[in-house]
Design a protein around this ligand. Structure first.
Ligand SMILES: NC(=O)c1ccc[n+]([C@@H]2O[C@H](COP(=O)([O-])OP(=O)(O)OC[C@H]3O[C@@H](n4cnc5c(N)ncnc54)[C@H](OP(=O)(O)O)[C@@H]3O)[C@@H](O)[C@H]2O)c1
Length: 238
């Protein structure tokens, strides 16, 4: 198994939620951590939380030039994980072309940019991990654009795993996790709003970001897993 001690781990979307938890877990495993996200203030606060040596880059993953500049600045990248993307709300009939492009840019085009720029600086033991969601196989009504993007991302990951080998490329597919996404969506009603879903889970609670981070570190460090989708969902897909 790979050790992360002294390795450079880049977390795209590392300023919040599961990305920040992954950055903290990689730091605790001995890695040099770099984080990237669009909002500079939150990024700076997260970098301070991860530690004084944490490098941070304010960028949009869909911006190929910015991703290239970050990767060039870092030099060597051993592992990269991306948490970019969201689930924009719109019924199919009201889903505009712009909305679909936005959803695909955030996940698929970002992954393509990473493929071009990070892999060029990645040793053979390196890995890429991309975050999708249950919507890839179980879409929710009114969220088709995001579902298309998560499914397309998983397909691209399999293609990358073939093309980039021996670099390993995997998808992490979270269920419902207690991150700022839920706070933004439901505010103080978060627990009420998620109660029915949570009661239907074999493990009757939301996931904790550090549980997802633990699974990402498994994908980074297990040297025989590639092209897979790892569900971390409290049993939601059963
Ligand atoms: N939480 C859940 O229950 C859940 C379930 C299934 C799937 N997911 C997926 O898991 C991922 C992480 O979710 P989370 O709950 O941890 O969300 P979060 O707390 O909102 O964190 C998202 C992170 O990604 C960054 N980001 C988003 N779009 C970006 C872009 N285009 N370029 C660069 N950085 C970007 C955000 O910072 P900026 O906004 O400042 O860029 C932030 O750092 C998302 O893809 C989400 O769709 C979440």
């Amino acid at each position: 198994m790979e050790s992360l001690v002294g390795r450079t781990v880049v977390v795209l979307g590392g300023s919040s939620g599961m990305g920040l938890a992954t950055a903290l877990a990689a730091r605790d495993a001995g890695a040099h951590v770099a984080i990237a996200a669009r909002t500079p203030d939150r990024l700076a606060r997260a970098a301070a939380t991860v530690g004084p040596d944490t490098r941070s880059y304010a960028l949009d993953g869909a911006d190929g030039d910015a991703v290239e500049a970050m990767c060039a600045d870092l030099g060597v990248i051993d592992h990269l994980v991306s948490f970019t993307g969201d689930q924009p709300a719109a019924p199919i009939g009201e889903t505009t072309h712009d909305l679909v492009v936005q959803a695909l840019d955030a996940r698929v085009w970002t992954a393509r940019n990473v493929c071009v720029s990070a892999v060029a600086r990645m040793p053979e033991h390196g890995s890429l991990t991309f975050c999708s969601g249950l919507s890839a196989v179980r879409p929710r009504a009114g969220r088709a654009a995001g579902a298309v993007a998560t499914a397309a991302l998983e397909s691209l990951v399999r293609a990358m795993a073939l093309e980039l080998a021996p670099i390993r490329v995997n998808t992490i597919r979270p269920g419902a996790f207690d991150t700022p996404v839920l706070d933004r969506a439901f505010g103080a009603n978060k627990h009420e709003a998620t109660r029915a879903f949570v009661e239907g889970l074999p493990i009757k609670r939301l996931g904790r970001p550090e549980e997802l981070a633990h699974a990402v570190l498994f994908l980074m460090t297990n040297t025989y897993v590639t092209g897979t989708v790892l569900n971390v969902d409290g049993g939601a897909l059963m």
